[in-house]
Design a protein around this ligand. Sequence first.
Ligand SMILES: Cc1ncc(COP(=O)(O)O)c(C=O)c1O
Length: 425
Amino acid sequence: MPKPYKTPEWETAGFNHIWLPYTQMQTAPLPLPVSSASGVRITLADGSELIDGIASWWCACHGYQHPHLTKQISRQLDTLSHIMFAGLAHEQAYTLARRLVSITPKGLSRAFFSDSGSTAVEVAMKMAVQFWSNRQEPDKRKFICFRNGYHGDTMGGMSLADPETGMHRALNRYVPKQYVFDIPNNGTDLAALAKSLKEIRETVAGLVIEPLIQAAGGMKFHSPQMLAEIHRLCKQHRILFIADEIATGFGRTGAMFACLEADITPDMMCLGKALTGGMIGLAATLATEEVFAGFLSDRLETALMHGPTFMANPLACAAANASLDLFEQEPRIAQIRAIETQLQEELRPCHRLKNVADVRVKGAIGVVQLSNASGEYILALRQRFIEEGVWLRPFSDVVYIMPAFTIATAELTRLTDAVFKALAA
Ligand SMILES: Cc1ncc(COP(=O)(O)O)c(C=O)c1O
């Protein structure tokens, strides 16, 4: 039986004035009113609790309200909460840029800050197109992307999503057309991709990929070897390789960054989500010195014309620096390995369920792919999980767990149990 959630006054008063994301507002059920969150526990307005299995779209990697994060943000709040980032500089942003460069693949040397993952992707696309146009190669302005990919909801990011299965299909005629390929599975597919890249290379600015795991487009995995091969092809054909690590970055796949597992340095890398430990919106587009140098001249026209008002916000940068402290001071990578082992063991029984096509785990990501999943079934599963006291949001044909890295063993078992029970029902 569904729990009788008490609807607080602010929700009933405000609901007719709010527009929710990815939501058919005519038919959607009311969202659950949250009063607070701590660790991996979300407290609802009626005092009941849910164990969070998806860390607020994968960003709250240290759990909610981690004391080090809240303390460092509060300290920053006392001195400088915001300042424009043109003509003025501040310590948190410069320190963060230096620290990001020191932990990402060797060769990335510059960080451009923005305010959301989608914007970080837009910035990378602008950088790529202008890099070539500054070099008098203006025909190199299209992008290569992959089926099942997702890179955000802004115009450029949408153009890189899967045009058939992606969630922006209604806008297909409006967004720019890009080259869409399958991520190769084997040598034959790779040879076919190599042939295509050779044919189109003079029209291509960059290739954008979610390294190792395509997340929002279906939680699909590929190998570090294949990633390295795709990177090699880009180098060979003078195509800028853009790693969108917005979902995979900061430990999610088991390494600090997925590109490190393939031992590659992308020309650009997009970061967001867990960058601030999920505390405040912040994103970064990192670039190599070669890309950066492509914008240098004595003319403004060759400079990067981008500058969001809240770029490098000091509170957000303080949160990101504090989050990096935690990666240094607490055993995050060991925790991720332990989550991986536990997910492998505890999701394995799902293999024998009738409607399960695949179970796969990598790092702190556990995926159960269904053979058949109608929209109604997915909505029913979501409701079922709430009744089980867990917060999981299956989509398309996947049920997935991507918890905070600080989740306790017993809490993770509550999540895997709920998945098994709901799918077995
Ligand atoms: C790989 C990837 N790129 C870009 C984005 C967009 O990030 P944001 O939602 O912060 O704009 C997402 C969000 O899910 C993502 O997973």
